[in-house]
Design a protein around this ligand. Structure first.
Ligand code: ANZ
Ligand code: ZN
Length: 861
């Protein structure tokens, strides 16, 4: 009798052995070509969710596969530990954010260990520890020195009642999340990093990223947003129509439309708008209103276009026409020059604005070079031929961009320029739970960097968070310092870094976790990361900031190359259907009963009431919709290997994964079958692998063919991260074993070979079961001592081939013939077979065509 498969016994046993042997420790000196596999580290919210399990299972399968192939693999894990949720939890549970965070880390670390992930835990890091964040303080000082870090005024969300700055997430429909009072925009001095200095590099670097999904590259390209265009100068006129000497410069990507300008739009907070608001109450009110506006780009295109005339005119640089200026709600102060030459005929936003305010529309580009007879009903934004454009009539619009710009340059009224959508990165946050920004404000010396020898500036952890002003600002022990320059009384900066700061360089720190520097020479051993795996929600900010930081560190000589991540895999979402009770709202899966073809509310059922539960959409697992499966419970019930197998089998990693309880059970049954199959085979006696397969019988040949076909597929699938088809290959091979019973010579050895390859092939995915069965199969030293076996090409060579025989194009017979036969021999065999010849008795063979390995066509008549 073989022992039963009990994952709750098998899995902890092997986890303990791995831990004792330090099995997954990456060693720089070790032989074997180095590979770095990294998954995006989690925020320590306290619980693992299925998205984590999927992310980390994908990475673990890669790491374990590469180790089996003989590579020296670095596979680390850590915690993205600063951030707002800790402050919120601190208010709610009246505990310090640090305590809450460290408690969560401990709980989640256990959860990860229980899943059997092969991390080098000796490199674990938490970004909220001074040992970690001191190095980003150090880098910041270098950047300050170089002028890459700088300070300027910028607007933030401000709640007057709580007297605090709010993060965007804390502004709910324009009001404060805590007190519901209206949120306003305030200008505060903030720290920025000049990422725009790197805009061209970051853009060009995208071309090297062949191992990244095209979608992500395209999103980054759009985010950086390089636009070629022109700056054009319009002279401001006084009431009498004479130039005041003031200039209004616009940025346009369409200088070809210059002759179609009918007005100018500026941002409400543009200096010309502000200076025009005296004695213009309507404009003053509009400016005030825009202050409260959300100016995210996505909303700018769709929002209703509003504006107010400044009562100021400018002069068209080429025609000399007088053009009115408006303040408009869709013009951003932070892009270009904050002023736009409006061409309603060819820009949809201008078109809508003109329609709203009754302003003229002048067509200057048309598809065929003819002026349209009917008025435009929408902006014409395609290329075309210039019309109503005086000297430029008839020029194709693409060419006209240069021609018009040249005409402006000749008059000194404009020049060709490049604009980026990318803005400098605002890195200061008026929040407590983050890395302190290492500067001091001195009343006499101004801003003074904290001397390097005084780093780290340690964040006090023993605090009470109330949700109002940052507790740091109220801590004299933190804020009161002597100025490092003049020794006078000064005040420490209380802003902290954006938490994207920490996640921008952790991948590098893992290479040298104990370095007394940001990183040391080991960074050159391991970087770039070979495969980086995580959610597509990080396609822009996190990945762009990490690419930026890599270049900043490169410029300090700390890391090799330009790019941090050679290959990127963005995993799909884990989805599950949703259920709703009219009484209890969204239901957890365990509160849904399925009876008589219908879903019912389990909470109602406890009161003896039968309520039909409505089946909602199949959606990303989320606590708000309650369509979640708790990984801890899943592992407790089926074991980690089943969870891992299901997750990788249910979908290719990039695709969304549809949760299915039935498929989880199916995965579990398969592992049972494999367990029992291996045990029974060993009990029945499995001979060792032979030195030669000479003398193998037909069943054995068939099995070895199946084994090596599966191995070829599987190796290929692992290399492409298509774990689902790799698993399918193992499942099929286990089935093929059913046809390999009997006592042919060497058949037992062929069975051993098949079973060993199934166990090893699945080992990266189901490592605990893999270890256990590898041992049952008689191997010492565990999987650490195992090597990935070679493909035996000779097993793939077939002894016989199946030929299709056609007569005049019609299928007449199938013949199995020795694979070694020449086309001539095959032709003779076909013509000698009565099965074939009976179809053309009495007729003459005119021609025989042999398609190698496949088909014989006999033409008769
Ligand atoms: C005239 C024009 C005519 C424009 C036309 C477009 C089409 P991208 O491609 O994103 O760089 N623009 C310039 N500054 C702006 C600001 N601060 N806020 C809002 N819009 C602004 O877009 C550049 C175009 O966006 C510019 O070209 C300008 O409108 C507008 F048929 O100028 B265009
Ligand atoms: Zn000073």
């Amino acid at each position: 009798m073989s022992p039963r498969y009990i994952p709750s016994e098998v899995e902890p046993h092997w986890q303990q052995i791995w831990a004792q042997a330090d099995q997954f420790k990456a060693v720089e000196a070790a032989t074997g070509d180095k590979r770095y596999i990294l998954e995006m580290f989690p925020y320590p919210s306290g619980r693992l969710h299925m998205g984590h399990v999927r992310n980390y299972t994908i990475g673990d399968a890669m790491a374990r596969y590469l180790r089996l192939k003989g590579h020296n693999v670095l596979h680390p894990m850590g915690w993205d530990a600063f951030g707002l949720p800790a402050e919120n939890a601190a208010i709610e549970h009246k505990t310090a954010p640090a305590k809450w965070t460290y408690g969560n880390i401990a709980a989640m670390r256990e959860g990860l260990k229980r899943l059997g992930f092969s991390y080098d835990w000796s490199r674990e890091l938490a970004t909220c520890t001074p040992e970690y964040y001191r190095w980003e303080q150090w880098l910041f000082l270098r950047l300050l020195d170089k002028g890459i870090a700088y300070r300027r005024k910028s607007s933030v969300n401000w709640c007057e009642k709580c007297h605090t700055v709010l993060a965007n997430e804390q502004v709910i429909e324009g009001t404060c999340w805590r007190c519901d009072s209206e949120v306003e925009m305030r200008d505060l001095e903030q720290w920025f990093l000049r990422i725009t200095d790197y805009a061209d590099q970051l853009l060009e670097g995208l071309d090297q990223l062949e191992g990244w999904p095209e979608k992500v590259v395209a999103m980054q390209r759009h985010w950086i947003g390089k636009s070629h265009g022109a700056e054009i100068v319009f002279l401001v006129l006084d009431d009498a129509g004479n130039p005041t000497g003031q200039e209004l410069t616009v940025f346009t990507t369409r200088p070809d439309t210059l002759m179609g300008v009918t007005f100018i739009s500026v941002a409400a907070e543009h200096p010309l708008s502000l200076s025009s608001s005296d004695g213009n109450p309507q404009l003053a009110a509009f400016i005030e209103k825009c202050r409260h506006h959300d100016t995210k780009e996505a909303t700018l295109d769709t929002m209703a276009k509003e504006g107010v005339a400044l009562g100021v005119n400018v002069r068209h640089p080429l025609t000399g026409e007088v053009v009115p200026v408006y303040a408009a709600n869709f013009v951003l102060m932070g892009y270009g020059t904050g002023a736009v030459m409006a061409v309603p005929a060819h820009d949809q936003r201008d078109f809508e604005f003109a329609a709203e305010l009754g302003l003229p529309v002048k067509e200057v580009i048309s598809a065929d070079g003819q002026i349209s007879t009917a008025p435009l009903t929408t902006a014409y934004t395609e290329p075309g031929i210039l019309v109503q454009s005086g000297p430029f009539d008839g020029i194709p619009s693409e060419e006209a961009k240069q021609v018009v710009t040249a005409a402006l340059e000749a008059k000194g009224a404009g020049k060709a320029t490049v604009q980026f959508r990318l803005r400098d990165w605002g890195v200061s946050r008026q929040r407590y739970w983050g890395c302190p920004i290492p500067v001091i404000h001195c009343p006499d010396c101004g801003i003074v960097p904290v001397p390097e020898s005084d780093l780290p500036v340690v964040l006090p952890e023993d605090v009470v968070v109330t949700g109002g002003q940052s507790p740091l600002a109220a801590m004299a022990s933190f804020t009161q310092v002597d100025c490092p320059k003049c020794g006078g009384a000064a005040r420490r900066e209380t802003d902290t870094f954006d938490t994207f700061f920490e996640s921008s360089w952790y991948y590098a720190r893992y290479t040298s976790p104990d370095a007394q520097a940001m990183v040391d020479g080991r960074a050159f051993d391991w970087l770039p990361v070979g495969h980086y795996i995580g959610g597509v929600e990080h396609a822009i900010l996190h990945l762009l900031y990490a690419r930026f930081f890599h270049r900043l560190m490169r410029d300090e000589g700390l890391v090799p190359g330009d790019e941090p991540f050679a290959n990127l895999l963005t995993q799909g979402m884990v989805r599950k259907d949703t259920h709703k009770c009219p009484e209890h709202g969204w239901l957890y899966p365990e509160d849904v009963n399925f009876e008589e073809g219908e879903y019912h509310c389990g909470i109602c059922a406890q009161d003896g009431i039968r309520t039909t539960a409505e089946v909602g959409r199949n959606e990303k697992m989320s606590k708000s919709k309650k369509n979640v499966v708790d990984p801890t419970e899943l592992v407790a019930r089926f074991g980690a290997d089943t969870a891992r197998l299901f997750i990788l089998f249910a979908a290719p990693p990039e695709r969304d994964l549809e949760w299915s309880d039935a498929a989880v059970e199916g995965a579990h049954r398969f592992l049972h079958r494999l367990w029992t199959g291996v045990h029974e085979a060993v009990e029945a006696g499995l001979p060792p692998l032979p030195a030669t397969w000479e003398g193998l019988g037909p069943k054995g040949k068939e099995l070895r063919l199946a084994t090596h076909q599966a191995w070829q597929r599987l190796d290929n699938d692992f290399a492409r991260n298509q774990f689902n088809t790799a698993i399918a290959a193992c499942m099929e091979l286990l089935n093929a074993l059913k046809n390999a019973e009997g006592d042919e010579p060497l058949l037992g050895a062929a069975r051993r070979e098949a079973l060993e390859r199934i166990v090893l092939g699945l080992a990266p995915i189901t490592p605990h079961l893999g270890e256990a069965l590898w041992q049952v199969l008689g191997h010492e030293g565990g999987l650490a001592a195992a090597t990935w076996p070679e493909l035996d090409e000779s097993a793939l060579v077939k002894d016989e081939l199946l030929w299709i025989v056609q007569v005049n194009g019609k299928l007449r017979a199938r013949l199995t013939l020795p694979a070694a036969w020449t086309p001539k021999q095959v032709e003779e065999a076909a013509l000698a077979s009565t099965e074939v010849t009976r179809h053309f008795e009495g007729q003459q063979v005119r021609k025989v065509i042999v398609v190698p390995g496949k088909l014989v066509n006999i033409v008769v008549g």
